[in-house]
Ligand binder design. Structure first.
Ligand SMILES: [Zn+2]
Ligand SMILES: [Zn+2]
Length: 269
């Protein structure tokens, strides 16, 4: 099993543990590196985002912990950057680009903060049309990745979280495939995100098989992340993810580079 995770949350955003507790858990599991990626500060009201002050505190604390644990584990300070957050002002080691909200006319509605809220979003902004919602989501994600220095594309098919999106509708699939082909031009690395499995909301990770095929065909690659909000779930579905990716034609490459700073990473191509 790989000994890293680059999508983890702490109490600075919507995670349940402190950075130190997360690092201790990673060390206990024999990790070689741990990347923190708390949710970026957002201008709209959001229970899951870091506060403005918390953003700086988190950055300083994680940098200090990285020094303290040097030689035991590599600790990286990244961010899960929301599409609406703008360019980060701190020097992060890596950026996961994700879209969790749709904004229209200054109003922000969440995509993955409960099925009822998602239904409200689709009703308010798209007259109940889930395919139009999905198209707008994919356009927003593609624009976000193109605009920012993205290292990892976060949970690409997040709108399917509550099984309300018509995943078998050819119009949905076309929009999703178009998004992959556009996004891969800016960032080839997508995450296989097992977070919704950890929370009992799904039995398969993001992305689903037809998108895996599109990513492979477009020359993209994958990194396995658990989008960890509880340290007990740090390696949730990691063994199964290896089987899942191998079953869909991906090969494992160890000791790869994530970017100019981070190496020793397992990537699937
Ligand atoms: Zn996310
Ligand atoms: Zn996350």
């Amino acid at each position: 099993m790989q000994k890293h995770n680059f999508h983890t949350h702490t109490r600075y955003s919507d995670g349940h543990d402190t950075p130190r507790e997360m690092i201790e858990e990673a060390v206990r599991r024999g990790f070689t590196s741990l990347g923190f990626s708390d949710h970026s500060y957002a201008w709209y009201e959001s229970y899951y985002s870091m506060s403005e002050a918390g953003t700086l505190s988190a950055y300083r604390e994680i940098r200090a912990l990285a020094d303290e644990y040097r030689g035991t584990i590599d600790v990286w300070c990244g961010i899960e950057l929301d599409g609406e957050s703008g360019v980060p002002y701190l020097d992060y080691d890596f950026i996961i680009s994700s879209v969790h909200e749709m904004v229209r006319h200054g109003v922000s509605l969440p995509i993955d903060s409960g099925a009822e809220k998602q239904k409200e979003l689709v009703r308010e902004l798209f007259g109940g049309d889930y395919v139009e919602f999905a198209k707008a989501y994919f356009a927003s994600l593609a624009e976000h990745v193109a605009r920012n220095k993205t290292d990892i594309v976060g949970h690409i098919d997040l709108p399917t979280k509550y099984s309300l999106c018509p995943e078998d509708d050819p119009r949905y699939r076309d929009a999703a495939r178009d998004a992959v082909r556009e996004i891969v031009k800016w960032c080839p690395l997508f995450e296989l995100n097992t977070g919704a499995i950890a929370r009992g909301l799904r039995t398969v990770p993001y992305p689903v098989p037809f998108l895996l095929e599109e990513i492979k065909a477009a020359g993209g690659s994958l990194i396995v992340n658990s989008d960890c909000h509880y340290r007990a779930k740090l390696t949730c579905w990691f063994d199964e993810a290896e089987e899942y990716l191998a079953a869909h034609g991906f090969e494992k490459y160890e000791n790869q580079r994530l970017n100019g700073r981070i190496s020793g990473v397992t990537i699937w191509r």
